[in-house]
Design a protein around this ligand. Sequence first.
Ligand SMILES: [Zn+2]
Ligand SMILES: [Zn+2]
Length: 344
Amino acid sequence: MTPTLSADHRELIADLSGIVSDYPYADPESTLAVLAGDAGEALGRDATSPEGSRERTGYTILLHATCWYVSSRIFSKSLFASYVQALEGLRAQSDRTACACPAGAHPAALDSEYEVEAGVSMLTEAGRAAFAEDYGLDEDELAAFDCGAFLADLADEALGRLREAHQELFGGIDVSPLDGKFLRDDDHIDIVAMQEALSRSWEDNTGPVALWSARRWLTGQLRDEERIGVFLCLWMGIDQSYGGLPPSYARDLAAALDTIDLDVTCEHPQHPWSTADSTVRSRHRAVVHLYAPDDHPDTPVPAELSARELWECPVQYAQLAREALKDLEGWRTMRGGDDEDWED
Ligand SMILES: [Zn+2]
Ligand SMILES: [Zn+2]
């Protein structure tokens, strides 16, 4: 009889393949939490038993295959913690010195979808037989998946990646190197330089520019005429972070937005930003014109709306803050995690 995987395991392969190829249809946060939980539970079983050894191999490969998703797509401290705990346990069971494989025998450069299939298959005897048949693996090639050195490498790589990402997602981000770029010698803020940084989308600048703006805003070290410029850089950085920024950024962004009084009214029929807001390019032109009109004569904002008083109107601040707070809320929904992960 041809060996086959159980229906559960076939479904697990399908769910995890969707996640690692970045097109999840099962909820990634709960799917991966269950996977890490199952791996943790397997650690409680006898590691020297055939079942324990199969599971050590299978779960090490699966956690390795999915750790990039945990590192960059889900902002959840508890998911990180269960991954690290399970991987540390698996790592402790993998003896790096136990390798007796011929040179080059370790499976290498595995793509994550193949890893998912391999990992789930390794969990059971039937899965292994089916996997070996599908990929034409002989006994030695199959045995290399169980090698302690191979598994230790996978676990170390995954742990390194998770630890680095944890700092980036939840730790403190240092944006002080931007002082040198955004502050002029007289300590004036160079709004045009900030706008240029935002325009270089290939440098992934939106998060750092928004965070620098938020911190500057919160310290209050800015001149009256710099306020709207810094605030618009903050707002644009948030608005243009389409994939959402992690808590390490969002905390200070929210704190800066919380300083804006939302309960305000005015008599103005219209504010300048409403005429500049159609595209990223048009916003950029509006802001650089505001701060360097001679160098940047072109602006989408009509002359009758360009009075400084209109730019500074508290109602415009409130409208912008409300939109940005909604973006931040959207990041939480999109990226998951617990509420306290997003707070101080
Ligand atoms: Zn080996
Ligand atoms: Zn107004």
